[in-house]
Design a protein around this ligand. Sequence first.
Ligand SMILES: Cc1cc2nc3c(=O)[nH]c(=O)nc-3n(C[C@H](O)[C@H](O)[C@H](O)COP(=O)(O)OP(=O)(O)OC[C@H]3O[C@@H](n4cnc5c(N)ncnc54)[C@H](O)[C@@H]3O)c2cc1C
Length: 420
Amino acid sequence: MIGFDLTDEQRLVEQSVREWGGKEVAPHIRELDRAHRFDRDRILGGMARLGLLGVCVPQEYGGAGLDYVCLGLASEELEYVDTSLRVVMSVHTGLNCLSLLTWGTEAQKQRYLVPQAQGEKIAGYALTEPAAGSDARAIQATAVKKGDRYLLNGEKSWISLADVADHFLVFAWTDLAKKQQRDPSGISAFILERGFKGFSSGPMKEKWGILAGNTGFFTMDQVEVPEENILGRPGEGFKIAMSALDQGRYTVAAGATGLIRACRDASVRYAKARTTFGVEIAQHQLVKEMIAKMESDYQAARLLWLRSGWLKNDGRRNTRETGLAKWFATVASERAAGDAVQIHGANGYSDEYPVGRFYRNCKAAVIYEGTREIHAIMQADYLLGYRDDRPARCELQPYGGRPPSSDDRRSTPGRPAINH
Ligand SMILES: Cc1cc2nc3c(=O)[nH]c(=O)nc-3n(C[C@H](O)[C@H](O)[C@H](O)COP(=O)(O)OP(=O)(O)OC[C@H]3O[C@@H](n4cnc5c(N)ncnc54)[C@H](O)[C@@H]3O)c2cc1C
């Protein structure tokens, strides 16, 4: 059976994030964006207080224990205010916390996941390097075993929260012969702490979007990482990197959906306020067409990410569905932002209105977590039979640790509510 109603708990999350974002962040976001300033206290502090940083992490590991649809709803509401807020959910919760939950040992979960889910520590995900983005096998970072430690060397670039996060999930070659052959079973995943000797980070200074967010690089110069900080088994790093993207892309899809809604709402407001040729511009059919397209894109994008969330709750593999949701929503958000600027005319071409910020912000999501082209190829390859998803050794646990019954998907008053 398919149900389109949100549970009471899901509605509460949606409402709480909407209220917090509208009251605590929206009034300041223009200035933060213009000042290129990541307001750590306001944003991370507020998200931690709401319980968002571990929203779908089980309570036993410090999280709010809510379902994956709640993660999507939070992402949608956050990006309605600003992309920089949703990026925190993507890298901290989606890419990092859920990878620790899926692949981590009990000791790693206690040491790293618990404080992250409680919002005491912030985490990032570091795959990309100056010469390796879409082609992740081209990474150059290495991790050489010395006794009970690994020595990590290399540079990671375009890393969200590089200057802010306390912990990073880092990918590096542990098998140098396999590196030569580009065999990804030679890559391993590590949990790195900012405080480890030899780690240094800096911001990407020329970035022109998501300006209220932090994006940077870091270098690893003989960084000593204890062997117990390897996530999964040696050689499983590439699989972990890809499995993390199933959760990161989900938050990006839901976030881009929120951005489409923000473009739609701003466009409706402006189109009713601005007059040309003696009528509101909303009366012109070509303006209506742009607004109508935003609505159809918004509704379709929302259904696609909701389907992914539902599959995650049920413990079913969703790489294909999540990729489609991310691809569709991000491309549609770029269309919506372009049209929102168009509807605002010259006013859209200034920071006086929010749509210029939406336009700058939307583009990054068409690039990260699989570019538009990589997702197009993936979807074609599924259809053509060139690509198939084989089960991984570890899969994201379903909501509640078991496939939820239909009762779970309706109202669940007995479960803990998100802090608010
Ligand atoms: C704001 C921002 C935040 C980011 N945060 C993170 C982060 O937290 N962690 C992290 O690891 N990375 C992060 N990234 C990096 C991001 O994941 C990469 O930029 C992305 O993977 C694309 O890689 P690239 O930029 O090297 O482009 P390239 O891979 O060099 O691609 C350049 C162009 O070539 C096209 N192309 C490449 N290969 C193919 C192909 N086979 N077929 C067709 N076309 C192709 C691409 O689609 C693209 O249009 C972030 C990027 C941005 C912009």
